[in-house]
Design a protein around this ligand. Structure first.
Ligand code: CA
Ligand code: CA
Ligand code: CA
Length: 484
């Protein structure tokens, strides 16, 4: 035990050198009692992907939808080309129609009247003119049989902000809403587009309206804009999948809000369609709100977005061409850049004999190869990507002047927060592992008797500001047959 203690002290001294050389801030040294209280734990926890039914989620009210200052009077407005309301001739359970329009002057508005039968739902999208000088908003109001405006029902009032999309298009986010007629009456409504800022006789907007049966809508609806985003629950370290959601018509779009914790760096967002051609998919975008401006976040590749802590908005929508209505699953896999925990699975060349009970206690044993697998996690349990991990090996027997007394090797974690650091006899410097001198001897009694010669070495693994992982290990020189 005395020997183990002296090796631990020497690891601590070595670590204090390497840490002060590597890190900006010196870490507090661990006290020896803690270091000695070692656990023989060679598992890396892998948190499973959690699954959450969208039924359990609630609508957020993070972005309040204010009524416009304009008192709408349809007598002063232009009616857009008539939209076809529900009629018996519709064979499919839903229908989609689009109309283009312009608004010449700031403050003017145009409208379209639509009727909804009981249990009928509507999805409305307004693609804004591609002109940063214009800001148009979209509303749904009640109207009576005389055409008089009643209460505002819903709307979408984002401020124009030109995002550049991966296909090169530069445009502001579409205004959109969805609504269900939950009454038992046929009701009339006015879809109104208001030119809040600017006007143009040439820059067109495109209004798309879909009607469907409310039974076709998923449980998270209405959620067609950040104003009605569905709030996602906490996302686990292994990621979380949200199910029981769908795109039911071509212009349905689903918005989700995720409050990311402070140790977030990015998130992989993916959508998997259920029960259809796996090559088909929906689009996913992540936005930050700056007031009422929706700012598209940049991708680092595939479905991976670099994001910040706090409120992030996720948008799922389909391409118009070749749209397939389908249920889908939304999966979030977060990662961090803030190391808080180091998990280690010790490994080497001793196979199933890699834990040995010698007089110093039961510790990991290797001979010519030591290759621990390391996983770095953040405070929230998110994997820490691209994190420099350093392994310091300290011989318990070699003198410093021989050049064989220590090795320091480093590498970066992969996308799963993992890295394997290898010291072995046959590797080049600095990964070359010196042989053990065999200063410790242990006679192993049993059916077959052996004498083991070994060193007690020290190991320290550090990553960022996470508490260091330290342990003593047995470094076998040879095992001699001593009779049976
Ligand atoms: Ca707008
Ligand atoms: Ca939906
Ligand atoms: Ca929706």
């Amino acid at each position: 035990m005395k020997k183990v203690l002296s090796v631990v002290i020497s690891i601590i001294i070595l670590m204090s050198f390497s840490i002060s050389a590597l890190a900006e801030e010196e870490q507090p040294m661990q006290d020896i009692d803690n270091v000695l209280n070692l656990q023989v734990d060679d598992d890396i926890e892998t948190e499973d992907l959690q699954e959450v039914d969208a039924q359990e989620l609630v609508s957020s009210n993070c972005m309040p939808l204010n009524e416009p200052e304009t008192n709408f009077d349809l007598k002063n407005a232009t009616e857009l080309g008539k939209l076809e309301s529900t009629n018996k001739s519709r064979s499919a359970s839903n229908s989609t129609q689009s109309v283009l329009g312009t608004i010449a002057n700031e403050g003017d508005y145009v409208y379209s009247i639509i009727s909804l039968e009981p249990n009928e739902a509507i999805n409305v999208t307004m693609e804004c003119p591609k002109n940063p000088e214009l800001n148009y908003d979209l509303f749904l109001y009640e109207v009576d049989s005389e055409g008089y405006i009643g209460n505002m029902i819903t709307g979408s009032v984002t401020e124009t902000y030109m995002n550049t999309y991966p296909d090169g298009t530069t445009k502001t986010l579409d205004e959109a809403f969805s609504y269900k007629n939950n009454t038992t009456d046929v009701n009339y409504y006015a879809i109104i587009i208001l030119a809040v800022t600017g006007g143009s006789t040439t820059d067109t907007f495109k209004l798309t309206v879909s009607l469907s049966n409310e039974n076709d809508l998923d449980v998270a609806e209405p959620n067609d804009s950040p104003y009605y985003a569905c709030e996602l629950s906490e996302v686990g370290g292994g990621g979380t999948t949200f199910s029981n959601i769908s795109l039911h018509v071509v212009n349905d779009q689903d918005w989700f809000l995720w409050r990311a914790p402070s140790d977030i760096a990015g998130v992989e967002v993916s959508v998997n369609l259920e029960g259809v051609n796996p090559e088909k998919s929906y689009n996913v975008e992540v936005y930050k709100a700056e007031g009422n401006k929706m700012v598209l976040l940049s991708r680092t590749g595939g479905g991976a977005y670099k994001i910040g802590s706090g409120v992030n908005y996720i948008r799922v929508y389909a391409d118009e061409e070749a749209f397939t209505a389908s249920p889908y699953k939304l999966t979030l896999k977060p990662w961090s850049e803030t190391a808080a925990k180091i998990n280690v699975r010790l490994d080497g060349d001793e196979g199933d004999k890699q834990y040995a009970s010698y007089p110093g206690g039961t510790y990991f044993r290797f001979q010519n190869k030591f290759c621990p697998e390391i996983q770095v996690l953040s405070e929230s349990g998110y994997v820490v990507r691209n994190q420099l991990v350093t392994l310091t090996w300290q011989s318990g027997s070699w003198n410093e002047h021989t050049g064989n007394s220590s090795r320091v090797i480093s590498d970066y974690t992969d996308d799963n927060g993992r890295v394997v650091l290898t010291l072995a006899r046959d590797l080049q410097s600095p990964n070359d592992l010196p042989i053990a001198l065999g200063y410790e001897v242990c006679y192993r009694d049993g059916a077959i008797k052996f004498v083991d010669y070994y060193d007690i070495d020290g190991i320290a693994i550090t990553a960022g500001n996470a508490p260091a992982y330290t342990t003593v290990v047995y470094h076998l020189m040879r095992s001699d047959y001593a009779g049976s």
